[in-house]
Each structure stands twice: as C-alpha cells, then as structure tokens.
Design a protein around this ligand. Structure first.
Ligand SMILES: NC(=O)c1ccc[n+]([C@@H]2O[C@H](COP(=O)([O-])OP(=O)(O)OC[C@H]3O[C@@H](n4cnc5c(N)ncnc54)[C@H](OP(=O)(O)O)[C@@H]3O)[C@@H](O)[C@H]2O)c1
Length: 292
C-alpha cells in the first residue's frame, strides 16, 4: 500500500531472503537488517534510521545442524528467541510500528484429543509440546507476545522452498538415512509468503496457524518428490521410538487448523492450496527449474 516501508529483521536468513526477493518483485520499498534483536539501543537506533511502517521479523535461532543445538546452547537460545524477539516487538510497539513475526507451529503434538486424522490444533489451543528447548521457549514467548496490539504472529511449520536449499524440509528428509512417516502441516513458501505480506499490509494482528491446509506424511512428500523431481528415489522408514534414539530433543508432529487463516485471506481474495496439491505444484516448479 502507498507509503508502506518494510524492514526485514534477520536479513541474511533463508526465509528473509525469500521475503525480500518477493517484496522487491512486488515493487515494494524494502530494507533488511542484521542488527541483534537483544541489543535494545541498536534496535531503537535502526528503527529511527529506517523509519519503517512494517517490521517483518525473520530472525531467530533454529539451531545448526538442527534444533538439538538449542539443548546445549540455552542462554544463546533465550537471548535471541526470548529476550531478542520480545525486545524487538516491544521497540516496535513503542514506535507505533506493525510487526509480523515468523514464528513456529512446532508447539503441539498429536494427543488423545487431537489424534492423527482427527481434531486439529486451533490458535486457541494451549501448546502441548515442550519436548525440545526450542519449542518450549517459542510457546512461552508467543503467550506473552500476543498481548502486544501491534504484533501479527505467524506459526510456520516445516517450511519448503521450490529449490533444494539445505533449510527446506524436503531437502532435510530426502537426505536422512531413515524417516518417520507421520502426517504434518507444512508451510510452502511460494504459497504462504505472499499471504504474509497481505496480512502485514492490512495490519492484521494476533496469532495465525500459517501452513497450507491439510496434513501430509513424510512418505507422501517423498513419493511426490520421486514422481516429479527424482525418478527412482527411494527411502527407508523407522518408528518414532527408533528416531528418538538418534535425537537429543523431541520433534513436534501435528496438524494445525487453518480455518482462521483461510477465512481471513478470503477477504483479500487470496487462496492457499491444500498441502498435497501445493506439493505437486512445488515439485513441478522444481523440476521445471532444472533441480534433480
Ligand atoms: N526453517 C525452519 O525449519 C523453520 C520452521 C518453523 C519456523 N521457522 C521460523 O522462521 C524463522 C526464520 O527461519 P530461517 O529458516 O530463515 O532461519 P535462518 O536461515 O537461520 O535465519 C535466521 C536469521 O536470524 C539471524 N539471527 C539469529 N539470532 C538473531 C538475533 N538475536 N538478532 C538478529 N538476528 C538474529 C541469523 O543470523 P546469524 O546466523 O548471524 O545468527 C539468521 O540470519 C525462525 O526464527 C523460525 O521462528 C523456521
């Protein structure tokens, strides 16, 4: 919208890069920064310098090579994902700036009330997964951050790009020796990032499950990958119990309810495809782009 000025936090990150490219393609005024979120004076100075109307927060630690890292680096995790994330939202609030937070839906796991294929998790459901330090801190931060009237919190899960970037969920599971086979909500960036911009532009606030509708299992993803991108690709399965032996922290498996998101996006004439359909289109684009 006229006069909008976007500032992306965590500017060197994977999601941030996609977002910046998209905003530039849309002809929007966009800046990015790598200022540390926990450094209050620097954050305030950056907001003063750029004077954004919208901050898009893609910064945070997710751990390298994976979230197990957070188990051994709790202070660093808190500094970025708790103190930093809250500080940035607070500074934006003080300055009257809308902030969109790229958060996580990995705060739930299937339980008796929400079994596989059954009732899904809405934005109102309290988090029930704290099997990793990453997830445990993310859900607590969300509880506090959602009190801010300038904050839009988007819960991504297992983001996927149209290439085989190492951060993409498909790249990760295609490389694993063995995968579990559980249906999950996934966020296909090509479908979802334009939606995040629409919500930000309209200054929507509150929490949204931010995934394609539906759930898809690891096997279904890899079967489609073999069908469209890498014929002959094979994989092996193991159980969640076997998987837990090779991981330091637990992993969230769940399906999120996207009713609230779908309804809101309808107001802007934007539709997100169901996850199986979305993957088919994603893999067709991947193949057309020459990825093998
Ligand atoms: N990728 C996923 O699987 C996934 C899943 C669900 C949700 N998300 C959400 O999406 C966000 C972005 O993910 P991503 O995959 O793009 O991660 P990424 O590639 O690791 O990018 C995160 C960026 O944030 C920066 N950063 C970390 N701590 C910071 C701090 N305290 N202040 C300022 N910048 C900081 C990092 O910079 P340095 O490297 O210099 O520290 C990095 O450039 C995550 O924070 C997460 O909440 C991601």
């Amino acid at each position: 919208m006229a006069g909008d000025k976007f500032l992306i936090w965590g500017g060197e990150g994977w999601v941030a890069g996609h977002l910046k490219e998209l905003l530039q393609k849309q002809g929007k005024e966009v800046y990015s920064t790598t200022v540390r979120m926990e450094n209050r004076e620097s954050v305030l100075a950056e907001l003063e310098k750029i004077q954004p109307t919208h901050v898009l927060n893609c910064a945070g630690v997710t751990g390298r090579p994976n979230v197990d890292w957070c188990e051994d680096n709790k202070e660093a995790t808190v500094r970025s994902n708790v103190i930093g994330a809250l500080n940035l939202t607070d500074c934006c609030w003080l300055k009257g700036i809308h902030i969109t937070v790229f958060a996580t839906g990995c705060i739930y796991h299937y339980d008796d009330a929400h079994p596989i294929g059954g009732k899904t998790f809405t934005e109102e459901d309290p988090a029930n997964f704290s099997g990793s330090y990453y997830s445990a801190t993310k859900s607590k931060v969300e509880e506090i951050m959602k009190q801010y009237s300038n904050a839009l919190i988007l819960r991504l899960r297992m983001p996927v790009s149209d290439d085989l970037h190492p951060r993409s969920f498909v790249t990760k599971i295609a490389k694993y020796e063995k995968v579990v086979d559980i249906p999950n909500s996934n966020t296909l960036l090509t479908d979802m990032l334009p939606a995040s911009i629409l919500l930000a532009e309209h200054k929507d606030t509150g929490v949204y499950n931010f995934t394609n509708p539906g759930a898809i299992s690891h096997n279904e993803v890899l079967d489609l990958f073999a069908k469209y991108v890498r014929p002959g690709f094979t994989y092996k399965n193991f159980t969640v119990e076997e998987q837990s032996k090779i991981l330091k922290a637990g992993r969230s498996n769940c399906e999120l309810d996207t009713t609230k998101l779908v309804k809101k996006l309808k107001e802007y004439n934007y539709e997100i495809p169901e996850v199986h359909k979305a993957y088919e289109e994603c893999f067709k684009r991947m193949a057309a782009g020459g990825t093998k």
